[in-house]
Design a protein around this ligand. Sequence first.
Ligand code: ATP
Length: 977
Amino acid sequence: MKLIKVEAEGFKSFADKISLSFDGGVVGIVGPNGSGKSNINDAIRWVLGEQSSKALRGDTMDDVIFSGSKTEKPMDKSIVTLTFDNSDGEVSIPHKIFTISRVLERGKGNNTYFINDQVVRFKDIRDIAYESGISKSSLAIISQGTVSDIAQATPEQRRGIIEDAAGTSKYKSKKVEALRKLEKTTETLDKVNTVVEELEKQLKPLEKQSEKAQIYIAKSNELKEVEVALLVNDLLHYKERVEILKNEIDGFQETKEDLEQKIQIDEQKLNDNLEYKKNLDEEVIELSKELDQINEKLQALEIQFKNEEMRREMIISGQISTASHERINALKKELESLSSQINHLESWKDKTSEELGIKRREIEKIEMQVAELRMRENSSKTKLMKAKSKLDVLNDYKDSKSNLFKGTKTVLDNGTLFKNKMFGTVADLISIPEKYILAMDSILQNAVQHIVVEDSETAVKIIEFLKDNNGGRATFIPLSSISSKEIKSEYLVKIRTHSGFIGIASDLVSIDPKFDVLVNFLLGNVIVVEDIKIANEISHLVDKKYLVVSLDGDLIRPGGIMTGGTKQNSNILGIENQIEQIKNIIPQLEEIVLLASQDISKLESLKGERQSYIDQLTIEFVKNNEKLISIKEKFSSLKIDYESHSQEKFKESNIQSIDVELNNYRDKKSSLSATIKSKKDKLEQLTNVINQLQKSKKELEKSLRLIIESFSDKATEKTKADFYINDANKRLSEHYHLTFDSARENFKLTKSIEESRQIVSTLKTEISELGNVNLDAIQMYQEIKERHNDIYKDKVELEEAKRIINEAIAEMDKIIISRINNTMDIVNEEFNLVFKEMFGGGEARIFLLDSNDPLESGIDIKAQPPGKSIQNLKLFSGGEKSLIAISLLFAIIKAKPLPLCILDEVEAALDEANVVRFAEFLQKLKQDTQFIVITHRHGTMSRVDALFGATMQKRGVTSFFSVELAKAKELINSYNE
Ligand code: ATP
């Protein structure tokens, strides 16, 4: 590669554009001091990427821009372009001729580099400099006064020079790079090793846990297959059993209730009858006492009467012989007594007939009352029966949830799975007074079946559960997602006083306060009114903005769409109300039945008593009637007797007081006897009834006992079965997340029940023996294992990389050592020769300070001019130092030819003979190296191939011109003069 042109403008003293063309060989540049010769050197260094302003003899980089002179203004920009001939392809640029330029603008600090006028990076320029060997650290450019530095340099600096010549810098920088890589690789490898160790520490326990978890999963899956099928089998069995038991228990229950009711009624009757009997006993005692007194009185009167009557009869019959008038008198008295009896019996008959009529009517009345009570009792019994069976139906309906959608039912059946986060259906939570049921049903429609949950996450879980189990669809209201709705106050003011307005739907129902938001969300903006007519009026008042509903369930929706007609309750809302109502009605009806039965029994007793009284009185009546007939007969015959003997008509007069009294007492006795008899009859009857009741009650109680015993066995069995069903369902839903239906569909027993139970028990024991199981361990183990594998691969790769880098470094070291040794050998050979030639004898060589460390060792110079034995280079004279340095320089150039070498007054300190030798050396070396020599010396300039003269014709601005040697001499001479 050859430098064929230097162009500059604005660089240092080159205010005018300069252009120097070269054609290889040795080019000399001559000119007076300060004319700008060395600026050419600076310009070349600058373009090649010099970054140090000091090295360019300035303070800042802007100092390289022409700073003006007395006649010239400062310039703002400096540009230098070098043109190279790259025909030998030394530089890997695909051009035979190429240019590199550097431009700097004052105050901007940014240097711009160009290759062939294309902007390039600084690095691209550096690459060319390195590639070609013209780099700032090489010997290619030796500035004024620095040549002896080569001799005086430190061993390390000198080594740098030799390394440049040996071309090891490429390897060195590669080695540095490799070492950096090695360091990084080692660092990374260390980190990777730490991670590998850490992972390996974690892997061991995790592997065990993972194995345990896998065993757990396998056993759990096996258990699931058998246990679920077994649960389904058992559930089917127990459900069937429960159904049978339920029917039996229902039957028992009915019988039990029936028996209890009967016992209660018997007891009540028994108590009533005992009470009745007690009262009756007392009455009979009282009445008997009274009767005894009457009898006592009557007995005395009867004796007196009998005696008198006997005497009269004996006088009348003639058994006692008396005077005729005495007999007539006795007849009269007897007639008077008989007449009195007849009258009395007649009147008694009338009175008794009347009384019998009264008593019979009373009986009729009692019978009517009893009939009425029986009707009431029967109708209440029928109602009771109906109520009980309706209650059964409603309870069944409620328990079976058969009125619900499949999804809603599935969720409620498996409610325990979602525990505190699922609260039931809207219908379960809101309690609605009976009169608003139709309206609310109409508003809520299907929403009554919506399931209220805590949050949307719960809803998502339940929906997934429904999907997994094909459990149907359900709608959810997450409490955390809803907000209250309301009716604007301006509308409320308008409608509140409107007649027929009932209220805001949310105010008409009740709910646990924690669900207030639910009620306000569903019903907070719904208006309830009396009827559809009022609904229409109110809907207009609220500008058809809100839903208005009538008590009948007719609706006007926001916007005005109306729905109405007859409406049936969907039977979901209000089922609780209905159950509640029936539960309240049943005891009322039972009370009515009981009271009616009590009243009937009392009335029946009363009727019996009355009847017995009537019977007694009737007997008395017959008796007295017969008595009356016989008295009347006797009276008629005695009357004839009397009238025939007294010759006068019998006239009733002078009724004997005894007769009156006797009749009175007889009346009293007869009436009292009848009463007592009737009461005694009743008592007898009552005793029978009481005995009967006691017997029947005992029998009923015995039956009840037996029923209860049997009932309790069945109830215990049912409780156990219910408990098992509940437990099994819970296990299915909570543990296996299965509904009964999906479990039944997908799990079948494959072995006998006994065998299956054995398997389940064994597996459960085995699983529990596993102890704590970390299911996450499987995933964690997999992840960490993968990570370990990956990072282990990295470790292997890094180790391999490290090995390769080390190998490369060793290889590079080998090359460096071999190149250094090689170069030093060649340089030493030349150095000795050149030195000898320059010094006219003696010897010189360079050597490694530490031969054991050829990679790093510094290099020293040993120079022995003829006849001298100087060890320290510093002790040589300036000229000697220059000579040694130039000798070494030439030796190196010879060993490793440079494409271009700029020598700025390097021979200044030499004597003329040595200048000549120097110049001749240049000629020898020019085959391989292009020289630009800045010089003041004749010996040099007379031995160059071309010369340029530098002048500062205008003060402060350099211009160059090509000069002939003779002219140059003149020029030099003129300066020297
Ligand atoms: P010598 O023979 O004494 O070594 P030289 O010919 O090598 O001299 P240079 O060192 O190349 O001279 O040039 C120095 C000249 O360049 C000085 O006159 C200096 O004023 C001028 N110069 C340096 N930098 C600038 C600049 N930025 N603007 C204007 N002139 C500059």
